[in-house]
Design a protein around this ligand. Structure first.
Ligand code: FAD
Ligand code: S2G
Ligand code: ZN
Length: 469
């Protein structure tokens, strides 16, 4: 049979399983799903499937196993490392399975402080559902309107509230996963304690679509914060910010919920791309931090804490109402958008022990400057977690320029990160973008164990083939 007929046979089967209107083949409807958010990677697929329930996914996967059709699971397609993009001219036929039509909220259990949802719910939907029950789901990403909980789980997403609430891994109680052999891994409980041997859900959190499809989850909910103290502060040296962080954590314990920084070059890009939304001030670093506070918060104590480490309270911009608080957060959320609007950059999502960050920057920046004298350093991110988005761009570089730069720059950055005991992938995952560096810097024993696990679960290598490993 010709490959065209094979395709027609596959499509007919997929339509039979999940209905005509849930099998998309029109190029104009497929295109947005075939390239990544940064427009760095693109691939092809014979169709995009939007199954409506777990049993349809089981039937699709069993058929794909039998016919050796590769599968790229997809959520909101906001991956920044090409993890949700099918490969270009892959030998076997491939499909995308997008969970968008599996977006039911199954249960909000107030007493248990948990919510059970289908994986296709967007992060924003879960945040809103929690708030409607006067509860809080703390995962906060600038992509929250689009990204799905399934993708957040498969990438173990982080974001701006990790400092207090942890990453997706820490926010999850239970998971339902359809395995590559079509079996359903039942682990979708709502218990905070369930110590029955290995915690299977943790194998799939961060698996980036390579070990099966996450179809349901039960997530932790938290008390809705009563109020916030949100402030922006210009700092010359990161050590000032880190000293402040230590003081705040000591005094306010676990209520320091966000601690973000923005470097001067990122501020310039922001001012250039969003001229009418001017920054309140510019400095070597801008710190945007937030405390969760309640009625007994005393502003004078906060001011004297600042003064105790030599910070002039007049330099601090404190949000006096919710609108000002939102405006400060919008600045932070728009930094990646400003970068994207400006052009391509060699991007890194790295983490380091907090005490090593300044030394790392002092070591790596001069080397990069040597490669590209007028390159810009757009550095921003989650300082409280030691997680920097460390992006190096050449003014107005094209994609090919950037790709040429990438090899040299990333080699320097990642080697220095490793030398300082850091990670080359703090929260975004590996995908395609970091595959070579992941292989280079992961101990061979670990790689062998990961490959054994992958081969056991997906012997035909049909799930997100050629990503990560
Ligand atoms: P997709 O991009 O669709 O897929 C991501 C990976 O998950 C792929 O490997 C895919 O195969 C797999 N996958 C998707 N759904 C499933 C499923 N149901 N079962 C199994 N595998 C699945 N990330 C952070 O961690 N912190 C941030 O602060 C942050 N900020 C961002 C800001 C912007 C503006 C953008 C564009 C992205 C940002 N991201 C951030 C990256 C991205 O939003 C996250 O990685 C997010 O979790 C991806 O979710 P998604 O639904 O878009 O997944
Ligand atoms: C963030 C966004 C993705 C990027 O805003 O914290 O994770 O552009 C990033 O690096
Ligand atoms: Zn981030």
């Amino acid at each position: 049979m010709s490959s065209h007929n094979f395709t027609e046979t596959h499509l007919a089967k997929f339509r039979e399983i999940c209905g005509n209107n849930n099998v998309v083949t029109k190029p104009e409807l497929m295109s947005a799903h075939l390239t990544d958010w940064r427009k760095r990677y693109s691939g092809n697929a014979i169709a995009i499937l939007f199954p409506e329930n777990t049993s349809q996914i089981v039937a699709i996967i069993k058929y794909c196993q039998h016919q050796k059709v590769a599968i790229t699971p997809q959520g909101g397609n906001t991956s920044t490392c090409g993890a949700a993009t099918p490969l270009a001219n892959h030998t076997a036929p491939q499909i995308i399975i997008n969970l968008a039509r599996m977006n039911k909220v199954i249960e909000v259990d107030r007493v248990n402080s948990s919510v059970t949802i289908e994986a296709g719910c967007t992060l924003q939907m879960v945040q809103e559902i929690a708030a409607s029950h006067n509860l809080y789901f703390p995962l906060t990403l600038a992509s929250q309107g689009t990204c799905q909980i399934g993708g957040n789980l498969a990438t173990n997403a982080g974001g701006t509230q990790v400092l207090k609430y942890g990453m997706m891994r820490d926010l999850t109680l239970g998971l339902e996963v359809v395995l590559p052999n079509g079996n359903i891994m039942q682990n979708n409980h709502k218990l905070r304690k369930n110590n029955t041997y290995l915690d299977l859900k943790q194998i799939f959190i961060g698996s980036e679509g390579t070990l099966g499809i996450i179809t349901r989850a039960t997530l932790k909910l938290f008390p809705l914060p009563v109020n916030y103290l949100t402030f922006m502060l210009p700092v010359e040296k990161l050590v000032t910010a880190l000293t402040l962080l230590e003081k705040l954590k000591h005094y306010y314990l676990n209520n320091v919920s966000a601690f973000e920084i923005i470097k001067d070059d990122s501020q310039k890009l922001y001012n250039q791309q969003f001229p009418d939304a001017k920054l309140p001030f510019t400095a070597n670093w801008l710190l945007l931090a937030e405390l969760e506070i309640n009625a007994d918060f005393n502003l004078d104590n906060f001011i004297s804490l600042l003064e105790s480490i030599g910070i002039n309270p007049d330099d601090v911009l404190i949000a006096s109402n919710d609108k000002q608080r939102r405006d400060l957060w919008l600045i932070r959320e728009h930094i990646p958008l400003a970068e994207k609007a400006y052009g391509y950059a060699v991007k890194h999502d790295i983490s380091l022990p907090l005490g090593k960050i300044e030394e790392f920057l002092a070591t790596s920046m001069p080397k990069l400057r040597k490669i590209e004298a007028d390159g810009y350093f757009s550095i921003f991110g989650h300082l409280g977690d030691g997680n920097l988005h460390y992006n190096f761009g050449k003014k107005g570089a094209s994609l090919t320029d950037t790709e040429a730069l990438e090899e040299q720059v990333s080699q320097i950055v990642y080697q220095d990160v490793i030398n300082f005991g850091g990670s080359i992938a703090a929260e975004h995952g590996i995908g395609i973008a970091k595959k070579q560096w992941f292989k280079k810097y992961t101990p061979v024993e670990n790689l062998e164990l990961l490959q054994t696990l992958k081969k056991q679960l997906d012997p035909l290598n049909l799930f997100n083939p050629s990503k990560i490993l």
